[in-house]
Design a protein around this ligand. Structure first.
Ligand code: CMC
Length: 428
């Protein structure tokens, strides 16, 4: 409902244009500019700096306060009291499950963890040294070739089945992409384990020796899944919505999301942070300062990876929980004095006191510490963004489901055309 109106006066138009303003539960009001098209005008907002692409009730971020709410619940409270499977239910269905609903949902997810046996053949088409994210783009899209039932996207029941299949199969495919990389046999999922335990088992177990799941690692893994689960209209979620708005197959939409996530400005940042820490190497003060100076230098493309965010102009609340988890895992491993953790903490400290970072409100984001935890758990760098994709699948599919549950239009932005004007093809 429009509470107020904005009036736009445009030179050359005889009367002002009235545009409705809507208020959400929280956050800035929005001006509905859809009527501008009929006046022969478009808005111009490259990078979506001030554009709401949709209405959503799933996640809210207050970047100034460093607040992240899923269905109203703060992320730190969820990380403390809930688990990834419960968070999936909450994001998808809007409310926390009862005990019975939780059990039923967890069972439904568990019963879909296996992938079609023939899918294993897809992997053989990739080089062994293929980046697991490239494999994931292919094999997740490839699910569309295997699951032909329950694909009526206009039916809630069918959308739920696709969602459950994706949540359940992503860890299996992720672990397979790692096993293929290292030349070990694939592990079938174990349905007696919980979501995080099963993922660790499929990643690390091999036929020659028993793999004992470390409960601290399983807890940390579950937390990492939770902290990456959803983040409103980020680049990959917007990609999934855009792909979904054409009526595309859900598995193909998620594959599009994986591709968008891969970039270092988005989910690829966790791998990039570790590469940066490797490159810094020496923890001497002058060396660390040299990298800070490079990040500030306009002529150097280097950025402090794991720092900054389009929405957060304050601490990323996920980064706080991630830093605590990092301390817990390294403490448990007797590596509280890990040199890369020391470099990361020193980088953070210097940046937080530096005018350049203060002025631009650049703080550590979720990816700054996640790589250090994952590395400590024995997970190779090239799997970090894959793990982000496993977690974010619930966010992507919840937004896809939300969009399709309401009336929506195909996503089709317009442009400011600056190319040649009409000209004739030279005929002589
Ligand atoms: N190091 C150095 N300078 C930075 C950084 C950084 N990490 N991030 C932003 N800036 C500067 C940027 O150069 C610009 O300076 P100026 O105003 O002088 O031109 C200013 O801060 C504003 O930055 P921006 O690039 O215009 O901001 P954006 O909202 O378009 O980009 C970002 C946000 C996350 C892409 C960017 O901060 C970045 O590239 N960070 C490093 C990559 C990273 O950690 N990404 C993970 C994001 S969190 C995980 C996820 O959900 O995707």
């Amino acid at each position: 409902m429009a509470d107020r109106k904005a009036t736009l006066t445009v030179e050359g138009l005889d009367k002002p244009i009235e545009l409705p303003i809507y208020s959400g539960t929280r956050g800035p009001d929005v001006i509905d500019v859809r009527g501008l098209g009929s006046e022969g005008l478009f808005t111009y907002d490259p990078g979506f700096m001030a554009t709401s692409s949709c209405q959503s009730a799933i996640t809210y971020i207050d970047g100034g306060k460093g607040m992240l709410l899923h269905r109203g619940y703060p992320i730190d409270q969820l990380a403390q009291n809930s688990d990834f499977v419960e968070l999936c239910y909450l994001l998808m269905f809007g409310e926390l499950p009862s005990k019975a609903e939780y059990t039923d949902f967890a069972d439904r997810v568990t019963s879909h963890t296996m992938v079609h046996e023939q899918l294993a053949n897809f992997f053989k088409g990739f080089r062994r040294d293929a980046h697991p994210m490239s494999i994931m783009c292919g094999v997740v899209g490839g699910l569309a070739a295997f699951y032909h039932d329950h694909l009526d996207i206009t039916k809630q029941e069918d959308r739920e089945i696709s969602a459950i299949r994706l949540i359940a199969k992503m860890p299996t495919l992720a672990a397979m992409s790692h096993k293929y990389n290292v030349g070990q046999p694939f592990n079938y999922p174990r349905n007696d384990l919980n979501y995080a335990e099963n993922f660790l088992y499929m990643m690390f177990s091999n036929p020659c020796e028993e793999y004992k799941i470390n409960p601290v690692f399983a807890k940390a893994m579950d937390r990492i899944f939770m902290l990456h689960a959803d983040h409103e209209q980020n680049a990959s979620t917007s990609t999934v919505r855009l792909a979904g708005s054409t009526g595309a197959n859900p598995f193909a939409c998620i594959s599009a999301g994986i591709a968008a996530l891969w970039g270092p400005a988005h989910g690829g940042a966790n791998e990039a942070v570790l590469n940066m820490l490797d490159e810094i190497g020496d923890e001497s003060e002058e060396n660390i300062q040299r990298f800070i100076d490079r990040a500030k230098d306009k002529d150097d493309p280097f950025k402090l990876m794991g720092f900054g965010h389009r929405v957060y102009r304050n601490f990323d609340p996920r980064a706080k929980v991630m830093k605590e988890t990092c301390d817990e895992v390294l403490e448990q491993l007797g590596r509280a004095d890990d040199p890369q953790l020391r470099i990361a903490k020193r980088l953070e400290q210097i940046a937080l006191e530096d005018e350049y970072f203060i002025e631009r409100k650049l703080y550590p984001n979720v990816d700054f510490y996640s790589g250090i935890i994952l590395k400590a758990m024995g997970i190779p760098k090239n799997m970090f963004t894959v793990i982000f994709a496993v977690s974010r699948t619930i966010g992507w599919i919840s937004h896809w489901h939300e969009m399709l549950s309401e009336s929506y239009k195909i996503g089709r932005p317009r442009q400011l055309y600056v190319g040649h004007d009409k000209r004739d093809y030279p005929t002589d």
